[in-house]
Write a protein that binds this ligand. Structure first.
Ligand code: HEM
Length: 417
């Protein structure tokens, strides 16, 4: 078929990525898209197999650097050079070592111990939102929460929180070919943000090397401090901090916003989840499956191989279309429906294989607490209007979440002089 919706950046595909993915999955699940110059994989089994296929590399930054014409001193090349060292774009064995060392910062008990603090942060943000008569839950809660959490977990002082947010924003302008922003200076801005952030983290690393504390950065410094020198270098620690800030921010913001829209669209479902705290976790899992923050992940082909009769050649790109896989009817019965009794471990919103999200536990805690608290404290919560998404291939990112709730009128009245 020639008329398949294989341009994921058309307004229709941005508004309804799941619809586009469903057509591809049904008619050509291993589809070559001339627009993206990439293979689009939309079946659950194919995507899961791709996560484990050594013919596919996660190093999608270096090929991009060599494909570009700019000289090496150019802002975009310098910026890509910094990102190319991040764990998420490396392959084993380099990845195996980085992942083992980063694991020290993600001990289950430590993450679980954050629950109380995250609850306080959500309540404080919501108090401020209500006091200001706010209407956009992205700006008020979903956006600031993950940046504050990761800044605190890394051990940065509270007064530096806003800087974390702006660095993360600048990076999002260019990250992984998101393509959401066409401003000509976006590479310069992202590079400036990255350099400033690197300088900041370098000082924090030096401080924590001298005075370790109970934070994530100290855990990464001391967690695997082997005498053979295999611990993380200062540059690697700086890169890891930048990656954690970036990987954990926008994704969690979108997880919260997407879940709120999905779960409040059906008032009966909303009230069921609000009235039974045990249903918040399965509801969040269904939201991650149905409206997950990451629509597509990119891999680079390093070895020719066959898939469903197609020859996939070295040098080509493969898009793992998570939003297609997570609604595959071969895998999920009644795939487009929220089913709170569905088994939780099956969706792949957090990826699979060696790169599976290292922050999944933290992300789940943040999203559950935020969603549960919003439903509980804002009775009658509903989102107004149709969603507006950033035009990117990779993320499902609502630009805002305008809400009303049964207390809206009270808040407006109270704020009037
Ligand atoms: C709901 C929110 C989140 C979603 C949907 C998400 C999703 C993902 C996915 C799909 C991957 C795999 C990438 C790949 O295979 O190329 C990944 C990796 C990663 N995530 Fe998350 N993530 C979320 C939150 C977080 C948080 C809160 C953190 C940390 C604070 C984090 C840190 C990372 C890191 C460091 C990696 C790279 C792991 C590696 O390369 O071994 N993520 N995430």
């Amino acid at each position: 078929m020639n008329d398949l919706p294989d341009d994921l950046l058309t307004p229709e595909a941005v508004a309804d990525p799941d619809g586009a993915a469903a057509v591809l999955r049904a008619h050509d699940p291993v589809h070559w898209s001339p627009t993206h110059r990439a293979w689009l994989l939309t079946r659950f089994d194919d995507v899961v197999a791709a996560f484990k296929n050594p013919a596919l590399s996660s190093d999608r930054v270096r090929p991009l650097m060599s494909a570009r014409d700019e000289p090496s001193g150019d802002a975009s090349q310098k910026m890509l050079g910094l990102i190319s060292e991040w764990m998420v774009v490396t392959d084993p064995p380099a990845h195996t070592r980085l992942r083992r060392l980063a694991g020290a910062a993600f001990k289950q008990q430590q993450i679980a111990a954050m629950e109380e603090r995250i609850q306080t942060l959500v309540d404080d943000l919501l108090d401020a939102f209500l006091a200001e008569g706010g209407t956009d839950l992205v700006a008020g809660v979903a956006y600031p929460l993950p940046a504050i959490v990761i800044a605190e977990m890394l051990g940065a002082p509270p007064e530096d929180r806003d800087r974390f947010r702006s660095w993360s924003d600048e990076l999002a302008l260019v990250a992984f070919g998101a393509g959401g922003d066409a401003r000509p200076d976006r590479h310069e801005r992202a590079l400036r943000g990255l350099e400033e952030m690197a300088e900041y983290f370098r000082a924090l690393v030096a401080h924590r090397r001298r005075e370790p504390s109970g934070d994530m950065l100290s855990a990464m410094i001391t967690g695997d401090d082997r005498s053979d020198g295999s611990g993380l270098s200062d540059d690697e620690l700086v890169g890891m901090c930048a990656l954690l800030l970036f990987a954990g921010h926008e994704t969690t913001t979108n997880a919260i916003a997407n879940a709120v829209r999905l779960l409040t669209a059906d008032t009966e479902l909303r009230d069921r989840v609000r009235d039974d705290p045990a249903l918040v976790a399965p509801a969040v899992e269904e939201a991650l499956r149905l409206v997950g923050p990451i629509k597509v992940l990119v891999r680079w082909v390093i070895e020719d191989h066959e898939l469903r009769g197609r020859t996939i050649r070295a040098g080509e790109r493969v898009y793992l279309v998570l939003c297609g896989a997570n609604r595959d009817p071969e895998r999920f019965a009644d795939p487009d429906t929220v089913d709170l009794a569905r088994s939780r471990a099956t969706h792949i919103a957090f990826g699979r294989g060696v790169h599976a999200c290292i922050g999944a536990q933290l992300a789940r805690i943040e999203t559950r607490i935020a969603v549960g608290t919003l439903l509980r404290r804002l009775p009658g919560l509903r989102v107004e209007g149709e969603p507006e998404y950033l035009p990117t291939i990779a993320s499902r990112a609502q630009t805002s979440l305008p809400v009303v709730h049964d207390g809206s009128a009270t808040v407006e009245t109270a704020s009037r002089p």
